[in-house]
Ligand binder design. Structure first.
Ligand code: DX5
Ligand code: ZN
Length: 223
């Protein structure tokens, strides 16, 4: 199956050295990263505050690869235009964060970015299925959003399988991304995903080694 062969890797800069973001981004890009994953938190939707629009704008100037921006903020509709102007290539919103996810996803595309939807571990996958035709990406959270370095939630993997079958059934061009606690072992379990986000795993060791392990993304059936 094509989706099980070539994997994309998106290192999460939440685990990078914030005093040296340019250096870190250039280093992971050189080490084979496909996208830079940017975690935006507002202290309301999640109990943590990270970075915002001015930082995305600065990263865009120096990043040789696309910016994959994961919004963990309430009322994302108020900010999507600014995040896209700042240079977000992919812009992902949480279904729980807005009353009008359809309109927000349509607007993201109208503004020229790729639209992504994501869901908290407690939200059933059925909630996002009707939105898939409006999305270029669907992100499965395998930790509770808010912090890097948490343990992978194995009970979320079934969502990837459900999404894969729905995307095939509807014949959609929508990537499946997985985020939270991804390492060499958990990535194998998520073999049906297309894109692996990894913070701690990539930034705590040799970047090239970590990224190449994730990129293999072997499926048990393809061995
Ligand atoms: C969690 C973020 C993740 C996180 C991943 O809210 O969405 O992107 O940084 O970090 P690791 O790979 O360390 O779990
Ligand atoms: Zn993320």
């Amino acid at each position: 199956m094509s989706h099980s062969s070539k994997k994309l890797v998106a290192p999460s800069i939440l685990s990078a050295d914030f005093a040296n973001l340019e250096k870190e981004i250039l280093a992971v890009s050189k080490a084979g990263a496909d996208w830079i994953h940017v975690d935006v938190m507002d202290g309301h939707f999640v109990p943590n505050i990270t970075i915002g629009i001015p930082v995305v704008k600065s990263l865009k100037k120096i990043s040789p690869i696309p910016l994959d921006v994961h919004l963990m903020i309430t009322e994302p509709e108020k900010y999507i235009e600014d995040f896209i102007k700042a240079g977000s290539d992919y812009l992902t919103i949480h279904i729980e964060s807005t009353k009008t996810p359809e309109a927000v996803l349509r607007r993201i595309r109208e503004l020229g970015a790729k639209a992504g939807i994501t869901l908290r571990p407690g939200t059933p996958v059925s909630a996002v299925l009707p939105l898939l035709p409006l999305c270029d990406l669907v992100l499965v959270m395998t930790v509770e959003p808010g912090f890097g370095g948490q343990s992978f939630m194995y009970d979320q993997v079934a969502k990837i399988t459900a999404l894969r079958s729905e995307i095939q059934k509807m014949n959609l061009d929508c990537l499946i991304e997985v985020d939270g606690g991804i390492n060499a072992e958990t990535a194998k379990i998520c073999f049906e995903a297309d894109v692996f986000v990894a913070g701690n795993f990539v930034f705590s060791q040799d970047y090239e080694g970590a990224i190449s392990v994730l990129k293999k993304g072997e499926s048990p059936s393809s061995r």
